[in-house]
Design a protein around this ligand. Structure first.
Ligand code: SF4
Ligand code: SF4
Length: 215
């Protein structure tokens, strides 16, 4: 599910905070510092989705997976996608559009969740003890937040930074390929071209779903 992935891994959708402070809340030291951009609309708390199916989440709970436990402690599944659509239609459509072209997720396994603690006003009723999946969201540029979320600009910036990092590595690779006398070693000899290619592929892998092979 989204929450059980490493913050460096791409994931779908918004388990996020719409709270007093919401995304502006403190994030763990090992996470990026989130700017205070939350509009406190509460939509992400009413339309969460996970990478894993609901039955899989229940299985994880049985196995003692703490993140699955935390997640299902606050989130209740909607009975149907249509029920979720009635609440946050724009996010439901966004997630469906995304999942429909992914090979690692299936539309018929998609479940939307709403938090038990989001107030009518879109605030977090348990802000001080909200779980990590809330305090760390949006994890990165590709977390799928509802359209119009205050983090849209920040997420765009994050995505561009990620791409720029990878392009930089590719530039080095091309330069080294051109300069390397035997086509194998880098000029400095500190890293072979194959090692460099491996490093680039490693950096690209988590973002393939988002087209990183074309960056
Ligand atoms: S616990 Fe709070 S921040 Fe987390 S989803 Fe619920 S209302 Fe939103
Ligand atoms: S959708 Fe975005 S702006 Fe709205 S509450 Fe969630 S994080 Fe804040």
């Amino acid at each position: 599910m989204f929450n059980s992935q490493s913050p460096q891994q791409p994931s779908l959708s918004g388990i996020s905070m719409a709270s007093a402070g919401g995304a502006a809340g403190k994030t763990p030291a090992d996470m990026h510092d989130l700017p205070d951009l939350c509009h406190k609309c509460g939509r992400c708390c009413r339309s969460a989705t996970t990478f894993n199916s609901y039955p899989k989440l229940l299985e994880l709970v049985e196995q003692g997976d703490q993140e699955a436990i935390d997640f299902l402690e606050i989130f209740e599944p909607f009975d149907s996608v249509e029920q979720a659509r009635a609440v946050v239609p724009e996010q439901v459509q966004r997630v469906i559009d995304e999942v429909s072209h992914r090979k690692d997720m299936h539309l018929d396994e998609l479940t939307f969740y709403h938090c038990r603690y989001v107030t009518e006003e879109g605030m977090c009723g348990i802000y001080e003890r909200r779980p990590r999946c809330c305090s760390e969201a949006p994890y990165h540029g590709w977390s799928m937040m509802p359209p119009g979320c205050g983090f849209e600009g920040w997420q765009f910036e994050q995505r561009e930074m990620q791409k720029a990092e990878i392009r930089k590595l590719k530039e080095i690779q091309y330069q080294m390929e051109a300069l390397s006398p035997d086509g194998i070693r880098t000029a400095s000899g500190s890293m072979t071209l194959d090692e460099l290619r491996g490093k680039i592929n490693e950096a690209l892998a988590p973002w393939k779903t988002f087209g990183s092979q074309h960056w």
